[in-house]
Ligand binder design. Structure first.
Ligand code: ZN
Ligand code: ZN
Length: 723
């Protein structure tokens, strides 16, 4: 029995610390414990000392005793290995990764009920503006005082005042009520021969219970979900847990519906929109093994599954699987590592798999399962180009006559249309026509984006908002401000002007910010209450609307202007995905792509349907540039509020770059987003050959240097954003 324990505490600034284990406590590696730290007490996890070296050895006689051991299953060895691997690969403190595993502080405590609050319906006389705001915003919701205060954007005291006044009441919520288990044979679908073959390969892998990565590759609408649901069914029969990762929480709701139809009960959801009590309940059920199927955002990847038997990454090509804040990891890649440590199959499902994934297939590391046809005999939509140079919209408009005519025909047939433009708001730039002043965010190198629905200008990087000014702040001219370029709201205006009788809906992260909002949208679409959807990338994936027969891509050139190494691939994926929303039922679909560059390889590949040669050309370009997946990048971002400190630190790092064979360092230079959230940013880009242990080099390089405390240096291994 352990008499001393090495503990990784939930404090990213600290290394592991040793504690004395008194006889009343029993611990093993993985035990979740409460440990003293100075005057405080902190949760942590017991670790194998040889895997987590301490900075200094402390003698037995100087050790402080552990306060307690939580009555929870210890974190399994596979998860501990994953935490070590993630910390090492992404150069992050192990405690920062551990925090993602122990993602619900309240889940650690016992007690089976929690007190939440909700409106009583009684409105006290004499409401202060804050109280009125709280009552209005809380509406039907329920939560802790702190959660309601956040929803209402008021202080805790305002909520407590409303409790005293009788407008809000406490409710006891049982937090550990069990989840009903999904039934593997509830409503199995009829599979096509191709689907059945792929499903058989996956169920066999689940039975083998060994690491096996798969690419489930099939055109949009080919029924990939039904196929991996068969693997989920097998995991249920084996009494194993399944994790399904989705790229957006807005997709959770349609997924839950499909899942419930197939398995009779909903899976356990895990995403940022959960209340604390729901989070706690889910976490404990995952740790106990009672949650059989978990569907979640990337953060679900680090949860302490008791017996994981299958991991599915749906829409695996999506860049939103890359986390940019905190520990900058890629959930698709970490999912594969988790499968390796857990010894279970991992399914990456996509109609437009990433070049990195296809390369793994080419190397023979991943098995490829293909679904060549659309499910149920539906045809892939015809994709045609509208050359904006030859067939331009009228001045001040954005939809070409051909697209407008197609919208009119679709409306006349009482079918649904989707207009895709990956730009939120009304206009991306506002300027003064008298003096040329442009509205820029005071905190970022970015324009303020006009949102007419909210009557605000907003920065999409830091969230800074301002009311739309009546007067130019530079030249004081009135009514001189003009909106430049279109966002989805402006397209919606154009649609309203062209088709006043059509029912339009805007779908962006501004309108579909929660699973409930997404469910509402899906219901309205299915009920035929929407004729024309105008949406950003949020509508490009996952949805299945049989009556949607026309897709118009408003500006296909937009994604190519970014110029980073994945721009062409991303454009291809995005347009192929949005095109895939058309004609998913019995009616054929039609896709019109507006572009100024009809001869660009991306556009030609989309029109011809020849994805293979596009991918081959892109892959060759990457190979000759030694770009991923052939070479590797790491970005070092230096930021601080003081420009001098930022530049000096970036130069210090640049000057001390080690000379390593097979590695080159570019910069420092101001980052494209030279200012972000009030911090100046400089960037160095490390380019290395694949085989080089670039993390070790960077760790030694940065570890030997010191910089002012106010300067932050972050490393992004395998970066996706080049801003
Ligand atoms: Zn002006
Ligand atoms: Zn900003």
């Amino acid at each position: 029995m352990l008499k001393r324990a090495r503990v990784l505490l939930l404090n990213a600034a600290l290394g592991p610390l040793d504690y004395r284990v008194d006889p009343e406590h029993r611990v093993e590696p993985g035990s979740i414990v409460l440990a003293p730290l100075g005057p405080r007490q902190l949760a942590g996890v017991v670790w194998e000392p040889e895997r987590m070296p301490a900075d200094a050895e402390v003698g037995d006689n100087r050790l402080r005793p552990l306060v307690g051991v939580y009555d929870l299953p210890p974190l399994g060895a596979p998860l501990r290995r994953l935490i070590e691997w993630t910390a090492g690969y992404y150069l992050a403190p192990p405690a920062a990764v551990l925090r993602m595993a122990l993602a619900s502080a309240s889940a650690l405590d016992g007690g089976r009920t929690i007190t939440e609050y909700r409106l009583t319906g009684h409105v006290p006389p004499r409401l202060t503006p804050q109280r009125a705001q709280a009552l209005e915003r809380i509406g039907e919701r329920q939560g802790l005082v702190r959660e309601l205060a956040m929803i209402a954007d008021v202080s805790d005291a305002v909520i407590r005042g409303l409790v005293k006044a009788g407008a809000i009441e406490p409710v006891e919520v049982a937090v550990d009520t069990p989840f009903a288990p999904p039934a593997p044979d509830h409503a199995p679908p009829a599979l096509s021969p191709a689907q059945a073959e792929a499903a058989a390969a996956l169920t066999a892998a689940v039975k083998r219970a060994a690491f096996a990565p798969f690419l489930l590759d099939g055109v949009t609408g080919s029924g990939k979900t039904e196929v991996y649901f068969e693997a989920v069914a097998e995991a249920l029969r084996q009494d194993k847990q399944t994790l399904v990762l989705l790229p957006e929480i807005a997709l959770t709701e349609p997924f839950l519906k499909r899942f419930t139809t197939r398995f009779g009960h909903a899976p356990v959801a895990w995403h940022s929109d959960l209340r604390q009590s729901q989070r706690r309940r889910a976490w404990r059920a995952i740790a106990s093994g009672e949650a059989k199927v978990v569907v979640g955002a990337r953060s679900a990847l680090f949860l302490p599954y008791r017996a994981l038997g299958l991991i599915v990454v749906d829409e695996a090509h999506e860049t939103s699987f890359k986390q940019e804040e905190g520990v900058p990891y890629h959930a698709r890649d970490v999912a594969v590592m988790r499968g390796r440590f857990e010894g279970c199959p991992v399914v990456l499902a996509s109609a437009t798999p990433a070049i990195e994934t296809q390369h793994q297939v080419a190397l023979g590391h991943y098995a490829a399962l293909g679904l060549p046809d659309r499910h149920g005999g539906a045809q892939l939509p015809d994709i045609a180009v509208i050359n904006l140079l030859k067939d331009p919209p009228p001045r001040g408009r954005w939809l070409a006559p051909t697209l407008v005519a197609a919208l009119a025909e679709t409306l006349a047939r009482e079918e649904q249309s989707l207009l895709f433009l990956n730009r939120r708001g009304y206009a991306p730039l506002t300027l003064c026509r008298t003096c040329g002043h442009r509205f820029q965010c005071p905190n970022c190198t970015a324009w303020m984006v006009e949102h007419r629905l909210m009557a605000r200008l907003a920065c999409h990087h830091c969230g800074h908002v301002m009311p739309p000014p009546r007067v130019c702040p530079e030249c004081s001219e009135e009514n001189s401000l003009v909106a430049c370029g279109p966002g989805v709201e402006r397209i919606a205006d154009e649609v309203a002007a062209l088709f006043p009788e059509a029912r339009a809906a805007i779908v962006t992260s501004d309108t579909l910010w929660s699973p409930a909002k997404a469910a509402e949208f899906v219901n309205r679409m299915e009920a035929g209450e929407i004729d024309i959807v105008i949406g950003t990338q949020l509508v490009t994936k996952g949805y299945h609307f049989p009556n949607l027969t026309l897709v118009g891509v408003v500006d296909a050139d937009l994604g190519l202007s970014g110029g980073d190494l994945r721009a062409a691939e991303r454009s291809f994926q995005q347009i192929a995905q949005v095109a895939g929303r058309a004609g998913r039922g019995e009616k054929p679909g039609r896709v019109l792509v507006q572009t100024r560059e009809p001869e660009a390889p991306v556009i030609r590949a989309l029109v011809s349907g020849d994805a293979a040669s596009f991918y081959a050309a892109e892959t060759e370009a990457r190979r000759s540039a030694n770009a991923p997946p052939f070479g590797r990048y790491a970005a070092i971002i230096v930021s601080s509020e003081a420009l001098d400190d930022t530049v000096a630190t970036a130069r210090l790092i640049g000057r001390n770059a080690p000379a390593v064979d097979g590695m080159a360092v570019f910069g420092p230079a101001p980052a494209p987003l030279a200012m972000l959230r009030g911090r100046h940013r400089q960037r160095l880009l490390v380019h290395a050959r694949r085989q080089l242990a670039v993390q070790d080099v960077i760790r030694d390089w940065l570890g030997a240097l010191t910089w002012p405390r106010s300067v932050r240096v972050t490393v992004d291994v395998d970066p996706y954003s080049f801003l």
